[in-house]
Design a protein around this ligand. Structure first.
Ligand code: C2O
Ligand code: CU
Ligand code: CU
Length: 459
């Protein structure tokens, strides 16, 4: 049965505001050595009508609490592992010290069941980021451990509403139990897609916004595999930030492909009549517009807004392109099933970077880096996707500038994840200014689990 269709019928009855995402409150009190406390633990989620999903959640919830901190201000987040397996938490897109990056073995020992770790960092950039484990990702992310972390600008911006729109699919039976999270033949292609798409844990929710208000909608694709073509169709909206990073010149949103791990901040002025709606679509092909959620106007408190605030651009060092060293990385399909390994580290190898599939770090053995960069120097990486599938390619610890592509015109922009289309060649550049061993991988979880992963050393 088509679960989403059934829910659609019920959808018109959902008026609960999706604005009401759990927010973390400060852990106050004398002697608290941290600002927030989160856990990873099993929880029961209501995703499909009439079913219960035995998931894994931050604070055992889905959606996870939204963590808010501030640009240039230290935040300390205590994390306690209440799973029955080790984990770590990665802060996707934040340029923070390697010790806080949350990659097992590479940046910290795995956090064992029952143990805690305090993540402490000062985010240099404002924007929409997200957090997730970096161990057993297929299961830990697939079952719900994904959350949004917002870094507020140093000065508050005059939006009338700031809404988080977390996208995540689920692979569920009608009773809410999980279907297999990965199917090898799909892992060797675009990734295994979910059969239940949710926004903030709800199917096609209605999100209330103030009529006439200037709205900042923060889309975060926290799915393991799906790429969304985000579109407001004909309703005027502008792209304010790509993958957390404010862009110099906001441009009208027509459709923006947003792959796993990617974000999009969209600004729009809500219709001025109470009850009016703006629909958000996943746009596919020529005329496929599939609703993912809608905004409905409720009483606003003030005069209709006339303009959408601009976001301040983040302080990313500009690479020196004339002196930059070049690195070439080719992503390929390995094309054969390798025998299943007994230790379970890699079941199959389907993908390679420069002919090499990621070996995994089972037992803490760290393979060689893809490249070693000199601290403080500028680099240009030529990325070549020699596969017929798209890959959202992500680098930890740095924000890079996309400068060229053979598939689309590029106005250089900052990002931590670039979606490479089939056969695309793109050029990215950055200053290697953060010392450490930084993961570099496709964010389709099954792709990095089957080879499309590595790390870059900056020293
Ligand atoms: Cu979202 Cu290796 O990260
Ligand atoms: Cu990351
Ligand atoms: Cu991929």
């Amino acid at each position: 049965m088509d679960l989403s269709r059934r829910q659609l019928l019920k959808g018109s009855l959902i008026s609960a505001s999706a604005l009401a995402l759990p927010q973390l409150t400060m852990a106050l009190g004398s002697g608290a050595k941290y600002d927030y406390h989160i856990t990873a633990e099993p929880g029961l989620f209501d995703i499909v009508p009439g079913g219960t999903t035995p998931g894994l959640g931050f604070n055992s919830q889905f959606p996870a609490p939204v963590i808010r901190c501030r640009q240039g201000q230290e935040v300390a987040i205590k994390f306690t592992n209440k799973l029955d397996e080790p984990t770590t938490i990665h802060w996707h897109g934040l340029r923070i010290p390697i010790e806080m990056d949350g990659v097992p073995f590479l940046s910290q020992p795995p956090i064992q069941p029952g143990e805690s770790f305090i993540y402490r960092f000062t985010p240099p950039d404002a924007g929409t980021f997200w957090y997730h484990p970096h161990m057993n990702s297929l299961v830990q992310l697939g079952k719900g451990l994904t959350g949004v972390i917002i870094v507020e600008e140093t000065e508050a911006l005059p939006f009338d509403a700031d809404v988080v729109i977390g996208l995540k699919d689920w692979r569920l039976n009608q009773d809410g139990s999980f279907l297999p999270l990965s199917i090898p033949r799909n892992a060797a292609r675009g990734g295994t897609l979910g059969n239940v798409k949710t926004i903030n844990g709800m199917i096609k929710p209605v999100i209330e916004v103030p009529a006439g208000g200037a709205i900042r909608a923060r889309f975060a694709n926290m799915d393991n595999s799906r790429t969304y073509g985000l579109s407001f169709k004909d309703y005027p909206a502008v792209v304010l930030a790509e993958d957390g990073n404010a862009i110099e010149a906001p441009y009208p949103l027509v459709k923006r492909k947003t792959g796993s791990g990617m974000r999009l901040d969209v600004g729009f002025i809500a219709p001025s009549n109470v009850g009016d709606e703006v629909i958000v679509y996943d746009q596919k092909g020529r005329r496929g517009y599939y609703e993912i959620c809608r905004f409905r106007c409720i009483e606003g408190s003030k005069k209709p807004a006339t303009k959408i605030p601009k976001l301040p651009v983040n302080p990313i060092k500009a690479p020196d392109l004339s002196k930059a060293k070049k690195i070439n990385l080719v992503f390929e399909w390995a094309g054969a099933l390798s025998p299943t390994k007994k230790d379970g580290s890699v079941d199959h190898v389907f993908w390679t970077i420069n002919k090499r599939a990621w070996e995994g770090m089972m037992g803490g053995k760290i393979p060689a880096p893809i490249a070693t960069l000199e601290l403080g120097k500028s680099y240009i990486i030529n990325l070549h996707n020699a596969t017929p599938h798209h890959h959202p390619i992500h680098l930890h610890g740095h924000t890079f500038t996309v400068i060229k592509s053979n598939k689309r015109p590029i106005t250089p922009y900052h990002t931590d994840t670039i979606l490479l289309a089939k056969n695309e060649r793109a050029q990215i550049a950055f200053v290697a200014d953060n010392p450490g061993r930084w993961m570099f991988h496709c964010h389709v979880v099954e792709h990095f689990k089957t080879g499309l992963m590595g790390y870059i050393t900056v020293a």
